[in-house]
Design a protein around this ligand. Structure first.
Ligand code: N2P
Length: 398
């Protein structure tokens, strides 16, 4: 063998050793390229070896189970990239502390666009229309079910949300997200009746107050199909998720009787009318009522004796969200005890975050078992949603 052939053999052996090292993980891709170039290997050959070894970043040895069967780790989704510069959030109005977003922007350098909506149906319609550009939105439980059925949500990446451990046990594995794969609970609350104690003859205790002609023109119900029809279903002792045609027909009749006495259907903006005294009795959420009460302490709230809605609203990531890393960063931020406490102290709602509840100035206690008998979570109407839509259209037009 000539010197030349010896050196060629050595070169081949060295190249093989390098390729073996790449294949079994002892050599990383960058070191392989550097070594191969030093050995004089051409770029096309280097590329071919790299492609052949493209799985080489996996651990070199597959661990064996005691039985000898190979343990195959399912490939997870690829890591999220760098923190993006922007984040677009779509949330209910008056549902966050005044400085929550500003503080996040300051510490993360992410610029937040924050828009608001007034009902789950508005949110669902926006996401269904496509290309909303939102990275985080806040549906109630039943609306999470609807969005999941429409395949409009991304799965969470828990490794980017270390504070997930702060979520209280009763808000984990809820019916709308049984494996905690999609939703980070934001706030919980109830729908009942807000009233001006100084204007009404006696505090209301029933949905029947909306049939009381003495308050004609001084009452409102929410601009929300699920809440209005749901209230009249509860009034007749039915589930607020009923799809029974007779139940729905009775609810429609009750709603039309009430409509003749209502000033309007209005949700969060009714707070100002209660404060001013233009409205005396309003179907409203407990937390928004507390916000109004901060401006006028004559405003009170009751849960009607027939019962009402309890909800848990969650932050979820819409399919194709343009800034998923920033979305996860915001989720982790709001799950901090101090940030979560500030949000709930401002909104007047309960925090699903155990660490935050412990820090709240005015914690809202979760209902007892006894109180829960009066409360019901809404669920996806699925096949009955067309009938509900139809009835709501007729009520609004009636
Ligand atoms: C709006 C809060 C209401 C949330 N301020 C109802 N799910």
């Amino acid at each position: 063998m000539s010197d030349d052939s010896t050196s060629k053999k050595t070169l081949a052996q060295q190249t093989l050793a390098l390729a073996d090292g790449l294949a079994d993980g002892r050599v990383d891709r960058r070191s392989f390229v550097r070594g191969a170039l030093a050995l004089g290997l051409g770029l096309p050959s280097i590329a071919a070896v790299l492609q052949a070894c493209s799985g080489s970043e996996a651990p070199p040895e597959t661990p064996k189970a005691p039985t000898g069967a190979a343990v195959v780790k399912p490939a997870g989704p690829p890591d999220l990239g760098e923190l993006e510069k922007e984040l677009k959030i779509y949330n209910w109005s008056d549902y966050i502390a005044e400085d929550t977003v500003a503080n996040f922007e300051k510490e993360s350098g992410v610029k937040v666009t924050y828009d608001t909506f007034e009902s789950n149906e508005e949110l669902i319609a926006k996401l269904q229309a496509g290309a909303s550009g939102y990275d985080l939105v806040c549906p109630s439980g039943y609306a999470v079910q609807v969005l999941l059925a429409l395949k409009l949500l991304e799965e969470l990446r828990p490794k980017y949300i270390p504070n997930l451990g702060n979520v209280a046990p009763q808000f984990r594995k809820m019916a709308f997200d049984p494996t905690d794969a999609y939703a980070v609970p934001w706030q919980w609350g109830m729908t009942g009746i807000a009233y001006r104690a100084d204007k009404v003859k006696a505090p209301p205790d029933s949905w029947a107050v909306f049939h009381d002609a003495q308050y004609k023109g001084k009452m409102t119900m929410m601009d929300d199909m699920r809440d209005v029809i749901g209230a009249w279903l509860k009034f007749r002792g039915k589930s607020l998720n009923s799809s029974v045609p007779e139940d729905l027909a009775a609810a429609k009749a009750d709603a039309l009787t009430a409509k003749a006495l209502l000033q309007s259907y209005v949700s969060a903006p009714v707070k100002g009318q209660l404060v001013a005294g233009d409205v005396w009795i309003a179907q409203l959420w407990n937390g928004d009522t507390l916000q109004a009460k901060a401006e006028n302490d004559k405003i009170d709230w009751i849960l009607p004796k027939e019962g009402g809605v309890i909800w848990a609203d969650s932050m979820v990531i819409p399919k194709g969200a343009p800034n998923p890393r920033a979305a996860h960063a915001f989720l982790d931020y709001i799950l901090r005890a101090d940030v979560g406490a500030a949000i709930s102290d401002f909104t007047g709602y309960g925090s699903p975050n155990a660490a935050a509840t412990a820090k709240m100035a005015k914690p809202v206690p979760y209902p007892t078992e006894e109180q829960m008998k009066l409360l019901e979570f809404q669920s996806d109407l699925a096949g009955a949603s067309g009938a509900w839509d139809q009835i709501w259209t007729e009520i609004k037009a009636g």
